[in-house]
Design a protein around this ligand. Structure first.
Ligand code: NAD
Length: 396
């Protein structure tokens, strides 16, 4: 089958297996070129490991410090006339590359929120690795079926308290328009926290701890976002921001658990706004990202997921100098994004952006390139007119 991108709003419904593999290889090459992270992690569980920040974390661990990795994700394999999701192809490519270098890599494709996947992962850690010294929690999900109540909670991206109107961009069509989003009700706020808050992270750590599968000194990290004031009503102060507050609460409780367990640690890393499948679904944020990319690329400080996580692992987590925390106890690898000169330019450009000025004032072209890359399109060296088998097995 010849696979071309089919973009529908903020998703692409096709993915290219060879392109996804090339994208994964780019990230692996980046990490290898940086050289070994000497005191890096050795046995790592990544929950949400198939795309975005989780995939970057798995690549950093495996190819930066030779770690054995177990990846958990929720992806769809190919069907006779349908490609797999990019996370499926990414995981296949990652696993093949890891095995080629003699690295242990196992995968669990299923619902990380379920007791069943947790039990299967725990049994495999016990059998194959003994213990893990790093647990990365990098889920971004629209829903969660609670393992104890059976209730399915759906997350939403809404402001809290009052409606919010701002500009947003249809990244596919290049049209800038105003959007008004009505505030969430109490049930929607609670549901979003149930999905994207910290309870499931705590469940994972408690289960690992009870089964004595956390190595002494083990680290756990989860990812969050804060961003500029222009997005606060929809992000930091919206339903997702409240869920992230709950993730911060969980970080403190998990940190206490891990401290008892041989001086381990848990923390939140606040990461940069980047094009991922999760962020492209948030209103207003893709327009901000398009402006941000333009400014940071001009300043030479632009980073993608791989650069961000490589810096987190090398400089902060395993640099030997200890973690640098902000006043709220979070690590900030969004530091370059939040620099005052960068944000002053965002504030200056924002009012002038409209459909006509979008190509000049923002890096909408770079946004689209990055977006298509997530699905394996636009990678150099790939013949996109060639017939390719969409069926790819993830090596076991
Ligand atoms: P992503 O959409 O690229 O990745 C999400 C991952 O979660 C995938 O591996 C997917 O398979 C997995 N997943 C989703 N539901 C699952 C389930 N039920 N069971 C198992 N796996 C499941 O997302 P991302 O943007 O990399 O986000 C990861 C984390 O980083 C999130 O907490 C997000 O808030 C945070 N973050 C993102 C940004 C950004 O701009 N993208 C910035 C800062 C922080």
């Amino acid at each position: 089958m010849v696979i071309k991108p089919k973009v529908r709003g903020f998703v692409c419904v096709t993915a290219h297996p060879a392109g996804c593999a090339a994208h994964v290889q780019e990230w692996i090459d980046y990490v290898k070129a940086k050289g070994a992270v000497k005191k890096g992690p050795k046995k790592v569980l990544v929950i949400g490991s198939s795309t975005g920040y989780g995939l970057a974390s798995r690549i950093s661990a495996a190819f930066g410090s030779g770690a054995a990795t177990i990846g958990v994700f929720f992806e769809r394999p190919s069907e006779p006339d349908k490609t797999a999701t990019p996370g499926w192809y990414n995981s296949a490519a990652f696993t093949a590359a890891a095995h080629k270098e003699g690295l242990y890599a196992k995968n669990f494709n299923g619902d990380a929120f379920s007791d069943q996947i947790k039990a299967e992962v725990l049994a495999t850690i016990k059998k194959d690795l003994g213990q893990v010294d790093l647990v990365v929690y990098s889920l971004a999900s629209p829903r969660r079926t609670h393992p104890k109540t059976g209730v399915t909670h759906k997350s939403c991206l809404k402001p809290v308290g009052q409606s919010y109107t701002n500009k947003t961009v249809d990244t596919d069509k290049g049209i800038v328009s105003d959007i008004t989003i009505e505030p969430a009700n109490e049930a929607e706020i609670a549901d979003t926290t149930a999905v994207m808050g910290g309870e499931d992270w705590e469940m994972w750590i408690n289960a690992l701890d009870e089964a004595k599968l956390l190595a002494p000194g083990a680290t756990s990290v989860a990812y969050s976002y804060i961003g500029p004031e222009v997005t606060w009503p929809i992000y930091k102060n919206g339903t997702i921001g409240l869920a992230k507050n709950d993730l911060e609460r969980a970080a403190k409780s998990i940190n206490a658990t891990l401290k008892c367990n041989g001086y381990g640690r848990a923390f939140i890393s606040v990461n940069k706004a980047l094009v991922t499948q999760a962020s492209s679904a948030i209103p207003v944020v893709p327009l901000y990202i398009s402006i941000l990319y333009k400014i940071m690329k001009a300043k030479g400080s632009h980073e993608g997921c791989m650069e961000q996580i490589e810096r987190l692992f090398r400089d902060q987590m395993y640099g030997g100098m200890g973690l640098e925390f902000d006043d709220a106890g979070r690590v900030r690898i969004d530091d370059w994004e939040m620099k005052s000169d960068v944000q002053a330019e965002v504030t200056k450009i924002w009012p002038d952006v409209n459909t006509e000025t979008l190509p000049q004032l923002t890096d909408i072209a770079g946004y689209r390139t990055e977006f298509l890359k997530l699905f394996g399109f636009g990678l150099p060296g790939i013949d996109y007119d060639a017939d390719i088998n969409p069926h790819v097995e993830i090596p076991s």
